[in-house]
Design a protein around this ligand. Structure first.
Ligand code: GLC
Ligand code: CA
Length: 543
């Protein structure tokens, strides 16, 4: 203890990244929608340099660019400005400055597979077949039949949309208001690269890149083969509309741009179930993305074994010079508190999940609100906002439940806004909120805070190598983090039962943080009995 913080060689490897869904974090002007000033006002909550704050190192902002909001910002109509709903460029610059003052980096969302149909590029493109920007998008002559069988994910429909102006089809594989750009067009490419430079020049620290593996489509627009599935987008093998080899070339070029600046990060969403394919976007010599999102935890059931297999699978397939990452929740999937909830054990489980996320080797991503255990409550039909949820009702739930307003306190609208919020606040805000948990040493929030600050004090917890001590874990995970002379051990009991820790080593460990043991007490692993959902993070004592 009491060691100096590690020299942060690479901030995005050592740091904790916090995702904010801007519409739902904090509303500063009472229109019921979160905004930039709201976020700036809450920076001290995120990191004020003391252990009273959460202690995160970077914020990833879901899109805040001008947008008709058909997909809540993932449909961009101007890549170089801020939507007035969220504020203005000056507000953004203040946020950037205030965040940097607190050593918080800012990562923007980069949605360049498609734009909004209200983007001036598309408006110009659709005007005529001879428009100079015609080939900035993917147009196909209208025939009796649509060009191929590709499916639009959110419309649950064929992905080709007839545009009456020229009587041709354009491609939109999300909503029909998100036309896909043509990455084979040099001018389009240049325009997108200018966008990237524009934000880097302004001083942002990185990009989270949307659906990277969809950028390029098969040049011959071949039909995808069909397969059996219950969910419409999985009814096809996406071998022609996604994952084309040329996507890697674009990642290389974007990485080259990032490399001309200092300390920037690129984190990409690779939309696939295939881990091999996801990790391939790190490139062969670490020359593509710094990190491809690892989404596997989003789909794991509650079991030490299933988490272990998922962790090892990522570690084993990751190229040797690349850095891992982990995410339990995001804006597209039900929150993990909800996925793993089990009556009175729910908080204990959330702590085990947090301890795992924050002590594995790899950059942890926290989704706003997970630190207070926000869950997913049912959204009434007339309050639904997500196009997927509206189209798919009542079978496909959509993503509104994981996007509800942050629960700050027990006042009206959970302290998020002094007006009716754009999505209903979870009913449990009256007791589940930041104000309530802030001064409670046993709360989930205090737990997140303690581990995050512990990571800053003990270098091996963020930098260290990892070694698992139980090769085929059933109910508990035990692993070491090792950095130079320093060793920590992490013990996580995933079960509701008291179980012996099956590790026999005579070494003594000093408890740094535990759910059931006092800090600084000395433990031996031999004959150690673990309480239900017990967590121990301990440092090997010098002998
Ligand atoms: C990504 C985003 C999702 C968005 C989609 C289309 O999957 O995470 O929220 O709707 O891309 O941009
Ligand atoms: Ca607002």
């Amino acid at each position: 203890m009491g060691k100096k913080a590690p020299k942060t060689d690479i901030w995005w490897k050592n740091g904790v990244i916090y995702q904010i869904y801007p519409r739902s974090f904090m509303d500063s002007n009472g229109d019921g929608i979160g905004d930039i000033k709201g976020i700036t006002g809450k920076l001290d909550y995120l990191n004020d340099g003391t252990e009273n704050s959460l202690g995160i190192d970077a914020i990833w902002l879901s899109p805040i660019y001008p947008s008709p909001m058909k997909d809540f910002g993932y449909d961009i109509s101007d890549y170089m400005d801020i939507d007035s709903m969220f504020g203005c460029l000056d507000d953004f610059k203040v946020l950037l400055q205030e965040a940097h003052k607190r050593n918080i980096r800012i990562i923007m969302d980069l949605v360049i597979n498609h734009s909004s149909d209200e983007h001036p590029w598309f408006i110009e493109s659709r005007q005529s077949k001879d428009s100079p920007k015609r080939n900035w998008y993917l147009w196909q002559p209208a025939d009796k039949k649509r060009p191929n069988n590709w499916i639009s994910y959110f419309e649950l429909h064929n992905a080709w949309w007839l545009d009456k102006t020229t009587n041709e089809y354009y491609l939109g594989t999300f909503t029909k208001n998100q036309p896909e750009v043509n990455w084979r067009n040099k001018d389009l490419k240049k325009a997108m690269y200018d966008v990237i430079k524009y934000w880097f020049d302004m001083g942002i620290d990185g990009f989270r890149m949307d659906v990277v593996n969809w950028y390029i489509k098969d040049e011959n627009l071949r039909n995808n083969p069909w397969k059996i599935s219950f969910s419409p987008p999985s009814l096809q093998k996406h071998i022609y509309d996604r994952n084309q080899p040329e996507s890697h070339q674009i990642c290389k070029e974007i990485r080259d741009i990032a490399n001309t600046y200092k300390d920037k990060v690129l984190i990409g969403e690779i939309y696939t179930n295939d881990v091999k394919e996801a990790v391939s976007y790190h490139g062969s010599n670490n020359d593509e993305l710094h990190m491809a999102f690892n989404f596997n935890f989003l789909f794991q059931k509650w079991s030490a074994k299933s988490f272990y297999n998922s962790i090892m699978n990522w570690y084993n397939l990751l190229p040797t010079d690349s850095w891992p990452n982990f995410t339990l929740s995001n804006h597209d999937q039900p929150r993990h508190y909800y996925r793993y909830k089990k009556g009175n054990d729910s908080d204990a489980r959330a702590k085990v999940a947090a301890a795992m996320l924050l002590t594995l080797k790899g950059t942890p991503f926290i989704y706003y609100g997970e630190e207070i255990g926000m869950t997913c409550e049912k959204i009434p039909k007339n309050s639904l906002k997500d196009p997927l949820g509206i189209k798919g009702w009542p079978i496909i739930k959509g993503r509104d439940a994981e996007r509800t307003p942050m629960q700050w306190d027990d006042t009206d609208n959970a302290g998020f806004s002094n007006n009716t919020p754009w999505l209903p606040v979870n009913k449990n805000y009256t007791y589940k909120n930041v104000a309530n948990q802030k001064n409670d040493p046993d709360s989930l929030l205090s737990f997140y805070r303690s581990i995050i600050w512990l990571r800053k004090r003990i270098p091996c917890l963020s930098n260290g190598d990892i070694e698992f001590l139980i090769p085929e874990p059933n109910k508990i995970l035990v692993y070491k983090r090792i950095y130079k002379q320093e060793q920590c051990i992490i013990i996580l009991n995933f079960s509701s039962k008291t179980i012996p820790c099956p590790i026999n080593t005579a070494k003594n460990y000093n408890v740094l943080l535990s759910t059931h043991r006092k800090k600084d007490c000395s433990i031996k692993l031999e004959n150690l009995k673990l309480n239900p959902y017990e967590i121990i993070i301990a440092e090997q004592e010098n002998t």
